[in-house]
Structures are given as structure tokens and as C-alpha cells.
Design a binder for this molecule. Structure first.
Ligand code: ADP
Ligand code: ASP
Ligand code: MG
Length: 485
């Protein structure tokens, strides 16, 4: 049993949807498919929902087609590519219902003059729902028996709208009850990624980019033999190709390495994607819909090699440094800081502590904390009993070099710091992860791109021009990365 997930670029128009259907049909049954919205549609839906809530914005500002019309047109253009008349008519009828419900939702938001997270989730879910209808119809039109299912009935979550947490037990029960019988009947089941259902039945979402996570959640719930993430790059690369054009495909990485990469900003995988796969030891493959014969990247429990495999970065962070005068106060102050940040639901991307200097360092999501001045004032109140000295820097980036084995070598962090020093990039904080899977440094946001470039060049190296563009065949191993030390 295989789960295949397709991302937005891979479903952007009628031709891409047909290409995805061909990839699905080429895989052995039974198979479940998880779809994102067509590329750009989630952003359009969010923009339209915000505009609906804002009475100062006339609905059709700008003279062009309204946002709702642009969304509808994207879906209708994909429907127009369905080759079978009856299938096309059926899909159009279902799209009509989805678009009518969307118009109702916009009208309700406009009447309330505010956009609740619950309404936002109900609205954005339309993008995935429409694509599940369209891909299932495209599959049937080309002779593959298929059915679509909206995952708000399958993936059970809590009620944190916008960033819901799944309930794996209930998801398994619902997948057995709703998906399994369709698979047993010989159908390819096309499910919506990104969305789930709250205990009260409301539609939730799993956070931006969450369809990857849906794929492994459903893969675990259905005891899949493999989860395939079909995207627009030929696998997990040694760096974001937008920053490092000669980044190379990594043939095999471990679950730990993939989790660190996703956590530290590699957009190719939603940060929580790997966890459900680890629990049931399900291999995850990252493959390109633009080059479907390429081997891609296999994510598995163990991966050979002791090299740094990839370099990644997250920008837009805030760096908080907290010094406490008394060593015995360190634990109390740390727990007060964690409690404070968790109450405000601020994600801590990285935390470290140097006991000798009684200093704690936290890198947190800047969008969630707001300005440094406000953050420091709030933390000063929280830590009033400890006479803590708090400093804050915003527009900070984390650069992480990931590679099991390599990151634990004693010389590795020193070498990374030397590389950054030679490039004139100031390092604000650094640590060798307790997990031994990543070396992590904080640098000013403006230096992030350059830092990734120089660290990548030093640790992963650049491919000789002759080898560029040539990728290993499926099953081949590639681990010639430069060793650390
Ligand atoms: P999808 O719509 O298929 O989910 P995403 O846009 O979410 O695709 O993720 C794929 C993108 O992730 C790539 O186009 C690439 O720009 C970006 N990316 C960032 N870091 C990496 C990396 N290390 N390897 C591969 N892609 C990466
Ligand atoms: N369509 C959603 C988004 O744009 C989910 C996804 O792409 O995985 O965030
Ligand atoms: Mg994605």
C-alpha cells in the first residue's frame, strides 16, 4: 500500500494534474493519494478571506476579476482538461457546490466584519477539496477507478484552528472506517491534504505546507509500505536551490536528519512530516513530478555516511539572551521563560544554556513575539525575582549544517565557525546539537544567504561542472560529500 502526495506546483494546471494522474496510475495498487491546493490558490483564498473581513476594501478593487472569481477560474481551467464528458460534467457540478459554499463563507465573514481562525480554515480548505475532486475525476477519465474523500472526516485533530494537532488514534479508526473499504473495493482514494476535523466537526488545518504531514499521518493510519512526496525538486537537496543553485540531491537521509532539516527551514518537508513515519518505520521518498524517473531521496531509519549532507536556514527569528547573576537561579529562570513563551504560544526554534556564564539563549519565531522592546518588557516582568539581564536582537537567522555522525565530531563546529569568520559573517550564538545531528549558528538575517553559501561550499562542496544535472539512478548511492575534520 502506497501513499502518494502531490504539492501545489505539481497540480498547478490541467496539464500538471494529468501528469500527476499518470504518475499515480503507474504505481501498484492499493494506493491513496493526498493533494494540496493548486499552486497559489491557498494564498488567494487567504487574501480573499481577509478582504471579505475588511469593510474598507471594496470587493472588486483593482478593476480585475475578484479574488473569488480568480479562484473559481483556476479550478474551472483544470476541469476543462478532463477528457471524458461525463467526468468533466460531474466534477463541474461538485465544484459549483464548493464555490457556492465559499461565497456563503465570504458573505458570513463580511457580515461579521472579522475573520475567525475557524472561518479561515473552512475557507482555505476549499483549495484542497477542489483538487481532490479534480484529480479523482481525471484518474477515472483515464481509466483508473478512483474516489475522493475530504480529510476533515478522516484526519482527527484538536481545535487549534490554523495549526491543529492530530489525534492519531481517532485518525486510524476513521481511516479504517472510511478509506479502507474504498481501497478494498479496488479504488484509488484521493484525499485532501492540509485539513483535518476538530472534535466538534469544524474543519481545521495543520499549518502552512501541511499536506506533507497529512501524507505521513494517513500513511501511518493505513499501515502504508511507503509514502511518496511528489514535488517540484528532484529530492531533498543539500541546500535550498534558490540559494545554492548547484545544490545536489541527497540519495538517502535518516529520519533524524530529515527532521532537523525540516525543523531548520527546508521547505521541501513540513516540519512535522517525519514523525508519523518514524513511529511505524515507513520509508518516505521525495520525488519530482517534473522528472518522475529520477530516484529522488529516500528517508529511512538509518543512512550511511559521516558527512554533513545539507545546509539550511530560517530567517525572521528573535534572539533572546538572558543572564542571571546567581547560578542557583538558572533552572527557575529557565522554567519561567519556557512557561511564559508557551503561554503566548511562541515557538522556540532553538534553546541553549552556558552554565558557567549563567546565560540562556533562545531563538524564537519573530512573527509570534512581536518587537524586541515589547518582548524584553514582558520578560523583565516574568523574571522580576531573578534580577535577570535580558538582551534581544531581531532579524536573526539560524543556519544549520545537518549530518548524522559529522555533526558530532569535535572539530566540526570549530570548522564551521572558522568558515563563517573567513567570510566576515558575525556569529551571534552557536551550538552543537545534543542530538549530534546538526551544527547550529545564529547570524544576522542579512548574512543568512551568504552563510549558507559558504558553509555549503566548505562542507558539501560544489559538483564538478561535468556532473551537474546528472542525477544517480534509483537505488544508486551517492555519498562522496567532503568529510568533516
Ligand atoms: P510542494 O508545493 O510540492 O509542497 P514546496 O514549495 O512546499 O513544494 O517545497 C518544495 C520547495 O522547497 C522547492 O521548490 C525548494 O525551493 C524548497 N526547498 C528549500 N530547501 C530545500 C532543500 N534542502 N531541498 C529541496 N528543496 C528545498
Ligand atoms: N495548500 C497548503 C499551503 O499552501 C498546504 C500545502 O501546500 O501543503 O500551505
Ligand atoms: Mg510543501
Amino acid at each position: 500500500m502506497i501513499v502518494l502526495k502531490f504539492g501545489g506546483t505539481s497540480l498547478a494546471d490541467a496539464a500538471r494534474v494529468r501528469a500527476a494522474a499518470a504518475i499515480v496510475a503507474a504505481q501498484p495498487a492499493p494506493r491513496a493519494v493526498v493533494v494540496s491546493a493548486a499552486g497559489g490558490v491557498t494564498n488567494l483564498l487567504i487574501e480573499a478571506a481577509r478582504a471579505a473581513a475588511d469593510p474598507s476594501q471594496p470587493p472588486d478593487s483593482g478593476g480585475g476579476p475578484s479574488l473569488a472569481a480568480q479562484i473559481r477560474d483556476r479550478h474551472l481551467a483544470i476541469a476543462a482538461g478532463i477528457s471524458d464528458d461525463a467526468e468533466r460534467a460531474g466534477a463541474l457540478a461538485e465544484l459549483d457546490q464548493l464555490h457556492a459554499a465559499l461565497d456563503d463563507a465570504f458573505a458570513e465573514v463580511a457580515a461579521a466584519r472579522e475573520l475567525s481562525k475557524r472561518d479561515a480554515d473552512r475557507i482555505v480548505a476549499t483549495g484542497e477539496k477542489a483538487l481532490s475532486v479534480l484529480l479523482a475525476a481525471t484518474l477515472r477519465a483515464s481509466g483508473t477507478p478512483a474516489a475522493h474523500l475530504f480529510a476533515d472526516r478522516v484526519v482527527a485533530t484538536d481545535d487549534r484552528f490554523g495549526n491543529a494537532r492530530p489525534d492519531r488514534g481517532r485518525t486510524r479508526d476513521q481511516a479504517e472506517a472510511l478509506v479502507r473499504p474504498l481501497l478494498d473495493a479496488g479504488l484509488t482514494v484521493v484525499l485532501t491534504g492540509f485539513i483535518g476535523g476538530a472534535p466538534d466537526g469544524g474543519t481545521t488545518t495543520l499549518g502552512r505546507g501541511g499536506s506533507d504531514y497529512s501524507a505521513t499521518l494517513l500513511g501511518a493510519a493505513l499501515d502504508a509500505d511507503e509514502v511518496q512526496i511528489w514535488t517540484d525538486v528532484p529530492g531533498v537537496l543539500s541546500a535550498d536551490p534558490r540559494t545554492v543553485p548547484d545544490a545536489r540531491v541527497i540519495p538517502v537521509i535518516s529520519y533524524d536528519e530529515a527532521q532537523e532539516l525540516a525543523h531548520f527551514g527546508a521547505k521541501v518537508l513540513h516540519p512535522r512530516t517525519i514523525r508519523p513515519a518514524v513511529a511505524r518505520d515507513i520509508p518516505v521518498r521525495i520525488l519530482s513530478t517534473f522528472a518522475p524517473r529520477e530516484p529522488g531521496t529516500l528517508v529511512t531509519r538509518h543512512a550511511a555516511g559521516d558527512a554533513i549532507k545539507a545546509v539550511t536556514a530560517i530567517t525572521g527569528l528573535v534572539l533572546l539572551s538572558i543572564d542571571v547573576p546567581e547560578l542557583e537561579d538558572l533552572a527557575g529562570a529557565a522554567s519561567a521563560v519556557f512557561a511564559h513563551l508557551s503561554l503566548d504560544r511562541v515557538e522556540i526554534v532553538h534553546a541553549s544554556q552556558a552554565s558557567s556564564r549563567r546565560r540562556m539563549t533562545y531563538l524564537v519565531d519573530g512573527a509570534a513575539t512581536g518587537s524586541c522592546a515589547a518582548t524584553v518588557t514582558k520578560l523583565e516582568e516574568t523574571l522580576a525575582d531573578f534580577e535577570a539581564d535580558i538582551t534581544c536582537a531581531d532579524d536573526v537567522a539560524i543556519v544549520a549544517a545537518v549530518g548524522e555522525g559529522a555533526a558530532s565530531q569535535p572539530s566540526a563546529l570549530g570548522r564551521m565557525l572558522a568558515v563563517l569568520d573567513r567570510a566576515g559573517i558575525p556569529v551571534l550564538a552557536s551550538s552543537q546539537q545534543a542530538s549530534n545531528v546538526a551544527l547550529v549558528v545564529a547570524v544576522p538575517g542579512r548574512s543568512a544567504q551568504r552563510a549558507v553559501e559558504v558553509v555549503h561550499a566548505a562542507f558539501v562542496g560544489s559538483q564538478p561542472a561535468s556532473a551537474r544535472g546528472r542525477r544517480p539512478r534509483r537505488g544508486a548511492m551517492l555519498s562522496e560529500s567532503v568529510r568533516v575534520g
